[in-house]
Design a binder for this molecule. Structure first.
Ligand SMILES: [Zn+2]
Length: 488
């Protein structure tokens, strides 16, 4: 070996050992790392256990402060174990902390309250099933207090307290006795650890708002203009007056005065539970007289004479009313007692044939009397109720043609049940729905006051009632609905 060869061999040796050394470092050098297990599953490796613990501790401190609690439970079944490993895939402590939080949130002691959804029936749209509502609170009393506040939105505090304390006044002449108040939904309260990822209510106002509106978001507002009245603001914003008053508890009735610049709430209420109130009511009702037109073929066309003036009467009515979240759901007249009899107005008209054209100014009430209007014409639950719901005269009681005309349609649909359309041949149509029976056929001429069917509960309907609508033009298509009460 010459000097040169020795030198090259030496260099080669150094180089190869260097390569070997580098290779060894890259491939096989074991490291001391921490393997993080969550519920027995590896979620990654970190270098600094203390740093991960600090992330967790800081989060716990922040949550303790946020909820004002002594104990915040870190994610369950978290194990951090030291390992000598060849695995080089290291996560940052923050990445691992975020993964842990996503998979297993921090928990605190509290209550999970489930308000079971109940099926509600919507007369025009068919059946709707409401979803369960889950509310998390730290203090059960906060929930109880919020329920009480929500109940008092629908039942005045005074009436509610009198009912609870059994101190309601007996009815001597007229008045209302609350027979029962209850929440229809099943409510379960479970104590235990609740996730801090959920919305946990700690503020009474926020929870009140949630139980009433179904959201804690800011409600839509309106600034009152000169001349505004509550009923118009409500109608223009698709609210019933009752809904408006609930969203604006500072007002007690639609006749309350507003001032220019005043800000009112336009939130549509969506209560998280159904409060049922059963009332026994005794009241004096005014009974408007009917107008009866008698046609006489021996008299000249155009002859018209009032032979008897109408006189309004009064009747004492005892009724059972069931309300759901403040709105009448069903009403039954138990007894009636005539205080002052009603006298019909009778008009004699000369006519060769009985006309099928309706009178514009005179309409016949479509049910027996006395009756209860359980739902008026107007906005309700964000939809326009295009007619009156009339109840109280009993299943099978007669339904009368509201005016002269011809039967345009008669049949059955799953929402309207048995229904009749009458074309009054003067631009107006009237419709009658949820009938027990239909006593007319399409094309038949009817006079105002003729019996056309009987009251029932067919189709989607709460209790026995007549849905009565009047349309200018063809119902639901080219025509538009009008408030039937404008005609009586
Ligand atoms: Zn209706």
């Amino acid at each position: 070996m010459n000097k040169k060869t020795v030198f090259i061999t030496f260099i080669c040796l150094i180089l190869s050992s260097f390569v070997f050394f580098v290779g060894y470092k890259k491939m096989d050098n074991p490291q001391e790392l921490y393997r993080v297990y969550l519920k027995g599953e590896t979620i990654g490796y970190i270098e600094n256990k203390e740093l991960l613990e600090k992330y967790i501790d800081d989060a716990q401190i922040a949550l303790k402060e946020k909820y004002n609690v002594d104990k915040v439970y870190a994610p369950n079944e978290l194990d951090v174990i030291k390992e000598i490993t060849y695995n080089q895939k290291i996560s940052t402590e923050e990445e691992i902390y975020e993964k842990i939080k996503d998979k297993s949130p921090f928990t605190i002691n509290g209550y999970k309250i489930t308000i079971k959804g109940i099926q509600i029936i919507d007369e025009e749209q068919g059946e709707i099933t409401t979803e369960d509502t889950v509310v998390y609170v730290l203090d059960k009393e906060l929930f109880n207090e919020a329920v009480k506040n929500t109940v008092e939105v629908f039942v005045s505090e005074e009436n509610y307290n009198n009912f609870i304390n059994n101190t309601q006044k007996e009815i001597t002449d007229v008045g209302t006795i609350i027979e029962d108040i209850y929440i229809k939904n099943e409510i379960t309260i479970k104590e235990g650890r609740i996730s801090t990822d959920e919305t946990i209510f700690t503020d009474l106002d926020e929870l009140n708002k949630y139980l009433l509106f179904g959201t804690t978001e800011e409600q839509q507002k309106y600034t009152v203009k000169d001349g505004d009245v509550i009923s118009d603001i409500a109608y223009n914003n698709k609210l019933s007056v009752e809904e408006f008053l609930i969203a604006n508890p500072e007002f007690t009735s639609a006749s309350n005065l507003l001032y220019e610049g005043q800000i009112v709430n336009l939130g549509l209420i969506d209560p998280m539970f159904n409060l049922i109130e059963e009332d026994h009511v005794v009241e004096i009702q005014t009974q408007k007289y009917d107008t009866i037109i008698e046609y006489d073929s021996s008299l000249l066309v155009g002859y018209e004479k009032v032979v008897q003036e109408g006189v309004d009467g009064t009747v004492k009515v005892t009724k059972k009313v069931q309300k759901s979240n403040g709105e009448i759901e069903s009403a039954i007249i138990a007894t009636t007692e005539i205080v002052k009899p009603t006298v019909s107005k009778i008009v004699v008209k000369g006519s060769k044939v009985i006309p099928t054209v309706g009178n514009v100014g005179v309409w016949y009430w479509p049910t027996n009397k006395p009756y209860i209007i359980t739902s008026t014409y107007g906005w309700r639950w964000g939809k326009l109720h295009e007619g009156l719901d009339i109840s109280g005269t009993g299943y099978g009681s007669p339904i009368y043609a509201a005016n002269n005309g011809t039967v345009d349609r008669a049949g059955y649909t799953s929402t309207n049940g048995n229904y009749i359309y009458i074309n009054h041949n003067n631009g107006y149509y009237s419709i009658y729905a949820h009938l027990a029976s239909i006593n007319v056929t399409v094309g038949q001429a009817v006079s105002m006051g003729d019996k056309i069917g009987t009251m029932g509960q067919s189709g989607y309907a709460f209790g026995t009632h007549l849905h009565f609508g009047i349309y200018r033009g063809y119902p639901f298509t080219t025509g538009y609905s009008v408030n039937p009460l404008n005609f009586y």
